[in-house]
Design a protein. Structure first.
Ligand code: BGC
Length: 348
């Protein structure tokens, strides 16, 4: 079969090439790939900045945002041939740490977790893949190809759960949410936060076009410019840019008793002069800054429910480009109008 593979930490090594069929040890459920979506992490891996091949191997099959059709459910699963499924990304560490031991692999404490298509286990950008039944999530068939958006939605489901958990330390009835960054994660965060009718604002650098349109279509408010200029103090900020200045502004701008949840992974040093000012704002307003990554099974369950409740036309506008696997180079390129790029392996 063919797969999109990469030699992690070596830029320019992505190939669409012949690889052996998936190993039976990867799981008893055999799946035919329909689609795999591209995210910033895939681009980073392709650029040689992140990622780990399986032990003893030099190349990794890329891809962690998946959608496939069950070809063979195997002997011990409730899945049926033809079911649409997606695969959970992370596997618990083998020690296991206390959090992995209780199924909270997203909160792994020793860093020995593995992740499909990212860290030491092959991903889903192959014509066929295997998965353990307990890590295969059945998708609402009415979502169709939009099921490929489940994985980023799980990241949001976890982040929102973290925000609520932190907020509950005191009396707290959040009403306003600011999302920074109108990429796929930011837009999905805004859409999920609108489900309970919260007042949602989204801020991005872009001034016109699809992103502001999508935000307004949710009944949310769009801002371009600086967080400090939005004109109110949000109860919650979901930070999806990873940009230092946006993070610093968010910590200063969030309302008293508020929560800033960081989901974006950026790079760059700490501007020491500003840290104490930013921290002082957090101290004096009892604010919390919480980082959030990945998702466990509870979040996959919640995300599956939330995604199925979102408007299908709105969701389909998030996918701005479909590419064939052989066009992986274009798929991994970030073009100005892109929101989500999907690599389509077979017809749905
Ligand atoms: C994925 C997460 C993963 C993280 C770090 C993200 O792109 O969505 O599942 O934990 O990268 O590797």
């Amino acid at each position: 079969m063919k797969a999109i593979t990469v030699e992690p930490r070596k830029p320019g090594t992505v190939r669409f090439e012949d690889v052996p069929d998936p190993d039976a040890r990867e799981g008893s459920v055999l799946v035919e790939a329909i689609a795999a979506a591209v995210c910033g992490t895939d681009v980073e891996i392709a650029e040689g900045k992140y990622g780990w091949a399986p032990p003893g191997k030099t190349r990794l099959v890329l891809g962690h945002e998946s959608l496939g059709r069950v070809i063979d459910p195997g002997p011990r699963s409730s899945l049926k041939k033809g079911d649409l499924v997606t695969g959970i990304v992370r596997r618990p560490d083998p020690v296991p740490c206390p959090n992995c031991a209780v199924g909270e692999w997203d909160m792994c404490r020793n860093g020995l977790y593995t992740e499909r298509g990212i860290k030491e286990i092959h991903g889903f950008m192959s014509e066929r893949w295997r998965i353990e039944p307990e890590y295969a999530i059945k998708i609402d068939p009415s979502l169709g190809i939009l099921g490929v958006l489940l994985e980023p939605t799980t990241v949001i489901a976890k982040a929102l759960e973290q925000i609520l958990a932190v907020g509950q330390r005191a009396f707290w009835e959040p009403k306003t949410v600011l999302v920074t960054g109108a990429g796929p994660i930011g837009l999905l965060a805004a859409a999920v936060a609108r489900l309970p009718r919260l007042e949602v604002h989204v801020l991005d650098r872009i001034e016109t076009g699809l992103k502001p349109d999508l935000v307004r279509a949710l009944g949310a408010t769009y801002h371009s410019g600086r967080v400090l200029d939005i004109g109110f103090e949000p109860d919650v900020i979901v930070e999806c840019t990873g940009v230092g200045s946006v993070i610093a502004d968010s910590i200063q701008k969030v309302g008293a008793g508020g929560v800033v949840c960081l989901t974006g992974v950026g790079a760059g040093g700490i501007a020491m002069g500003a840290v104490a000012d930013v921290a002082a704002a957090a101290v004096l307003k009892n604010n919390v800054v919480v980082g959030s990554v990945n998702a466990n099974k509870r979040h996959w369950y919640k995300a599956n429910d939330r995604l199925a409740r979102l408007d299908r036309t709105w969701l389909s506008r998030l996918i701005t480009r479909y590419e064939k696997p052989e066009n992986f180079t274009q798929a991994l390129e970030r073009k100005p109008d892109d929101i989500k790029v999907v690599i389509q392996f077979s017809e749905i």
